[in-house]
Ligand binder design. Structure first.
Ligand code: AMP
Length: 285
């Protein structure tokens, strides 16, 4: 498996693959790869096989512009060698691992802003976060021109922002969304789970419990967002160590709150477990 360091190398690789008749799939990540990332790479591999001939690139880049000034950019977990081993084992053909200067050359002044959507859910408590996400994903999609890019439903608001950006910029990449991979006890896998102490790890289960509760309420016929939110708020309140950031029932495309949930409505939560901010969600039945 080859490791590419520059945009020019990625562009050259991708063009070469496509000139050989291969489709190109891209899996953007910030590294510290876990089974959630592995499922995306596997999905990309499976879709590539269905094309009869396809190639898979995994990008590994801790994107500084999506972190706030008091967030964890400097201490974000980095495990490049293990990441490459995992990417290779899951069938990636190349890893794209640029430096910050490569993606943001000196004097870089161009950013992609998805208006409205970027101020909702995680964007409300992380100002500038989705501007950073949209910018780096745009750079990756413009460089690799992939046929498909794979994202996890785990970051559901990110999916909404990326879909809107791809539609607005008329990019030719299909966005494929893969299900949330969880630990056996329900905790959604996240690179940030390594920050959790033993006690916090146990408290963090309230997020997945809340999501299951909302799913069950919706499945039993409760359609009112206010009732879904109220039920889940009690579940959070029972764990006093946790600080709730948001509990929201929104349209997945616009991230606007809805009063009545319909199939496909997004139920999403975010909470601080100690200093660590975790998110979880479900697409309601
Ligand atoms: P990150 O490295 O955290 O930026 O994540 C890279 C991609 O992996 C994003 O599209 C995430 O949504 C996805 N991802 C992260 N955790 C999970 C998970 N537990 N299940 C599925 N996808 C995930």
């Amino acid at each position: 498996m080859e490791i590419l360091r520059t945009v020019a190398e990625l562009r050259h690789w991708s063009r070469q693959e496509r000139s050989r008749g291969n489709t190109v799939g891209l899996v953007p990540t910030m590294g510290a790869l876990h089974a959630g990332h592995a499922s995306l790479i596997r999905a990309a591999r499976i879709r590539a096989a269905r094309d009869s001939s396809g190639s898979v690139a995994v990008s590994i880049f801790v994107n500084p512009t999506q972190f706030g000034p008091n967030e964890d950019f400097a201490r974000y977990p980095r495990s490049f060698d293990a990441d490459c081993a995992l990417a290779q084992a899951e069938g990636a053909d190349v890893v794209f691992a640029p430096t910050v200067e490569e993606l943001y050359p000196a004097g870089a002044a161009t950013f992609v802003e998805v208006e409205g959507l970027s101020d909702r859910l995680d964007g409300a408590s992380r100002p500038g976060h989705f501007r950073g996400v949209a910018t780096v994903v745009a750079k990756l999609l413009i460089a690799a021109e992939p046929d498909r890019a794979f994202f996890g439903q785990k970051d559901a608001a990110q999916v909404a922002v990326v879909r809107r950006m791809v539609a607005d910029l008329r990019l030719a990449t299909e966005i494929v969304v893969c299900p949330i991979v969880r630990e056996p006890d329900g905790l959604a896998l996240s690179s940030r789970n390594v920050y959790l102490s033993g006690a916090e790890r146990a408290q963090a289960l309230v997020l997945s419990r809340a999501v299951r509760q909302a799913e069950a309420l919706a499945a039993s016929g409760e359609r009112h967002a206010s009732a879904l939110i109220a039920g889940v708020r009690q579940t959070f309140a029972a764990v006093s160590e946790i600080r709730t950031d948001y509990i929201e029932v929104v349209d997945w495309a616009t991230l606007e709150p809805v009063e009545i949930a319909v199939p496909g409505t997004l139920f999403a939560v975010a909470a601080y477990v100690g200093p660590t901010r975790l998110i979880d969600n479900a697409i309601l039945p």
